[in-house]
Design a binder for this molecule. Structure first.
Ligand SMILES: C[S@@+](CC[C@H](N)C(=O)[O-])C[C@H]1O[C@@H](n2cnc3c(N)ncnc32)[C@H](O)[C@@H]1O
Length: 213
């Protein structure tokens, strides 16, 4: 969702894109048609690179939507790797189930249906990689739960931290004022953690990356 590049830069980079799985491009089209926000393809490419570097045995995603990013994580996991993903919307869950079953990664993706604010405190085993991509007003509380669930040396990946560029500008459209406030407050917290090495990377809509000490 969102992109910080100039359109000509994005088009230039898009020219090099070589997505081999037609389901991924179908999902991007589905998301566009149904107004479902998903990771931009560039941020998803970056996340795939990280998954290959980190080689997580256990990954957690908060905010599945249609399972676009879940599948992109799953397809880079090694033999024993799994991704647990949480989604509260019934409509998105139905679409996610369908795409997961068609992806061939059913055995690697565990879809948990419900509000992450209720489900996360019940999770007991820790994770090597956590992807936070849910409602912006929930980010602070979900982040607190995520920090508990993240292993030492684990990586947290947070989408939308530049929020269409509005996080860094005074001219915010009325519809985005509240969400922008949430993102700005979250960024202050995220970037001042003492036990997490953090930065915001200007890919896609702004990716927060944190490594737990
Ligand atoms: C931006 S979309 C996720 C996109 C997905 N990660 C991807 O890139 O393909 C956010 C999703 O999080 C879900 N969501 C928001 N807050 C949530 C919560 N507290 N618990 C579970 N799901 C939540 C929304 O219903 C929505 O489907």
């Amino acid at each position: 969702m969102g992109n910080l590049l100039f359109p000509n830069q994005l088009k230039y980079l898009e020219g090099f894109r070589n997505e081999e799985d037609p389901l991924i491009t179908e999902m991007e089209e589905y998301a566009k048609q149904h107004n479902v926000p998903i990771l931009s393809w560039q941020a998803a490419d970056f996340m795939e690179q990280l998954i290959l570097i980190i080689n997580p045995k256990r990954a957690l995603e908060i905010g599945t939507a249609i399972a676009y990013s879940s599948i992109r994580i799953a397809r880079n996991l090694k033999k024993k790797g799994v991704v647990h993903t949480i989604e509260k919307s019934e409509e998105n869950t139905e679409a996610a189930k369908d795409f997961i079953s068609r992806s061939g990664y059913e055995s690697k993706i565990n879809l948990m249906v419900g509000d992450a604010l209720n489900l996360m405190p019940r999770l007991q085993k820790k994770y090597d990689f956590i992807f936070l991509d849910a409602d912006k007003e929930d980010y602070k509380r979900l982040f607190d739960y995520a920090l508990v669930l993240l292993k030492k040396g684990g990586v947290i990946f947070v989408d939308n931290l530049l929020w269409h560029g509005f996080a860094a500008t005074k001219r915010v459209p009325p519809d985005y004022k509240v969400s922008t406030k949430h993102i700005r407050e979250f960024n202050k917290i995220f970037l001042s953690q003492s036990n997490l090495k953090t930065m915001i990377i200007p890919i896609g809509d702004g990716i927060g990356l944190g490594i737990k000490a």
